[in-house]
Design a protein around this ligand. Sequence first.
Ligand code: THU
Length: 164
Amino acid sequence: MNQIQLNICLTSYNTEAELPETEQKLMAAARQATHKSYAPYSNFHVGAAVLLEDGTVFTAGNQENAAFPSGSCAEQSVIYWVGANYPNQQIKAIAVVARPGEARPDEYKPVSPCGACRQSLLEYEHRQQEPIRLLMMQPNGGVVVSESISNLLPVKFDADDLRG
Ligand code: THU
């Protein structure tokens, strides 16, 4: 028996000011998107913002449903919209932020994409054959960055596995 140990490397920035300007704006856009989320059931408002190669930014918040499993996370909402409307644009980065509750409208919280969102994001990274940077807000005003989606899904399933 052998054990295989996997290491995941993330980059930690103490402040958002250390990021390139485009990504600072992306973080701000993700925060803004939490205010457009539809989360009446969980009251957990997630915002995701995608940066395309031409500099365009698109955002979405999570979209919940009375039939709970029918809802959509913020990351999936925005990535599927971008995939559907800009299939030929490369996706450079995605930023994700959460905001729990309405009581403190300016209080943001870190969130990292759930497993299903990682799989959804991985599809687009594989499709474009270029990494997508994932920016996750930290509680102290910093940011943690994964240089790719596959970095967060090291033992992954993608289109290559479908080939015989
Ligand atoms: N949620 C997201 O939008 N993204 C995540 O990565 C984690 C969870 C949403 C789903 C649901 O609407 C709410 O947060 C509570 O789970």
